[in-house]
Design a protein around this ligand. Structure first.
Ligand SMILES: Cc1cc2nc3c(=O)[nH]c(=O)nc-3n(C[C@H](O)[C@H](O)[C@H](O)COP(=O)(O)OP(=O)(O)OC[C@H]3O[C@@H](n4cnc5c(N)ncnc54)[C@H](O)[C@@H]3O)c2cc1C
Length: 387
């Protein structure tokens, strides 16, 4: 027997250091996350603070950034960490993506030296958590329509508006909030507890239950000028951050798919139907072969995009292609695995249905599959079809 990743000799594409990083994150997930994650999911709770410290202690938070306590790892290493985290649960990978690729990256890329010194080392260590507020109740795919405003009053800024579906919202020490100003869209660092800033958790989620999702309400939030990110002006600021996080999803989604497929191969070997192992039926083997093919292709694409990112040549369209393909195929794999588990496939005893419902969120956030199709359509035809 050969594992799905060995079938494609994926390890031969990785350096010793990359394999070591992957193994370290896998060990942390096996020890700290996998034994508990189904219960967190069922309860709709996540011990985010403890987990952030644990993940910070192994250098995963902002690991692809240089300096300020960050590990400065390559894109493939970061991707492999996302893969291992998402093999445990997409909610865990979301915590890490938002912390490292959205909140920390925004500060690292666009922040002042003082902002970097104040927030990045503590965020890398997991002592402080960040969130990223771009989406609004009425503007998700079209953030250009945002209604949140920041107006100058004397030397201060005053923010008003509502952000919705914000990962890590209520457990964050700082929110990166994007708002409309007279100078275009700008980013602001809003510390938790600032007067006028309230956070309400989204309840009754069926997907990403082991993840905190919140609404951020800003009512006359007064901030000093130093709270603005000086290096970001216009929507290219937040979109640059989203591109970073999407890259992690290209690998992460394959982690969820791999966990589903490995679980299902083991199940099909044990489960007897019509007095034979489920794995011995041709229909089963065709399903397993098809899933292994999509998984292998997705992993190869992820590593290829990682190498392009390390070379500094990756384009946003290539990241869109990776996100669109790998999340779509991961969801298909999760659904197909679910069928092979039969009724057992609908319980939390196995991770498959949890991955399947989580991937529904992953399909929607960081750009929906439709939006990524439109990005590729525009790249191929030269015609934008968004409006
Ligand atoms: C669990 C979770 C966590 C999230 N975390 C964050 C976060 O941390 N920070 C943050 O800012 N946001 C976050 N989001 C928000 C997420 O990015 C948005 O939900 C996403 O961008 C889609 O926006 P929407 O939900 O408003 O859907 P809409 O934009 O209303 O889209 C509805 C449907 O219309 C389609 N559509 C939209 N425009 C077009 C078009 N031009 N052509 C064809 N079809 C179109 C979409 O693809 C979709 O199918 C999160 C979402 C979820 C579910």
């Amino acid at each position: 027997m050969v594992t799905p990743t060995a079938l494609f000799a994926i390890d031969t594409l990785l350096t010793d250091e990359e394999r070591e990083i992957r193994n370290t994150v896998r060990r942390v997930c096996d020890r700290e996350i996998r034994p508990h994650v189904a219960a967190w999911f069922e309860a709709g709770e996540l011990p985010a603070r403890e987990l952030a410290r644990t993940l910070g202690s192994v250098g995963v938070l902002g690991m692809h950034l240089e300096g300020y306590g960050c590990a400065g790892m390559g894109a493939v290493s970061y991707g492999l960490a996302c893969l291992e985290l998402e093999a445990a649960d997409s909610g865990l990978r979301s915590l890490v993506s938002v912390q490292g690729s959205l909140a920390m990256y925004a500060i690292w890329k666009y922040g002042s030296e003082e902002q970097k010194q104040e927030w990045l080392p503590a965020m890398a260590a997991g002592e402080r958590i960040g969130c990223f507020g771009l989406t609004e109740p009425d503007f998700g795919s079209d953030p250009a329509g945002m209604r949140t405003t920041a107006k100058r009053e004397g030397g201060d800024w005053v923010l008003n508006g509502t952000k919705m579906w914000i990962t890590n919202g209520s457990v964050s020490d700082v929110a990166v909030v994007w708002a409309r100003t007279d100078e275009g869209v700008r980013g602001f660092l809003v510390p938790a507890g600032t007067p006028g800033f309230t956070v309400n958790d989204v309840k009754h989620k069926i997907s990403l239950r082991a993840s905190v999702t919140s609404e951020l309400v800003l009512e006359g939030v007064r901030l000093p000028d130093e709270a603005m990110l000086p290096g970001a002006r216009g929507l290219s600021g937040p979109l640059g951050c989203l591109n970073e996080a999407r890259f992690g999803i290209v690998f992460g989604a394959m982690g969820a798919a791999l966990d589903c497929l490995e679980t299902t191969i083991a199940y099909a070997g044990d489960r007897e139907v019509f007095a034979r192992p489920l794995a011995s039926f041709q229909l089963t083997q065709e399903k397993l072969a098809d899933m292994a093919l999509e998984l292998g292709k997705g992993l190869l694409l992820a590593v290829h995009l990682g190498r392009l990112k390390e070379a500094g040549t990756i384009t946003p369209e290539q990241v869109s292609a990776g996100k669109l393909n790998n999340v779509r195929e991961a969801l298909e794999i999760a659904r197909k695995c679910r069928t092979l588990l039969g009724a057992s496939g609908i319980t939390l005893e196995y991770p498959v249905i949890r991955h399947a419902v989580n991937l529904e969120s992953v399909l929607t956030y960081e750009g929906t599959s439709e939006i990524h199709s439109l990005v590729l359509g525009k790249a191929l035809t030269g015609i934008g079809a968004f409006h």
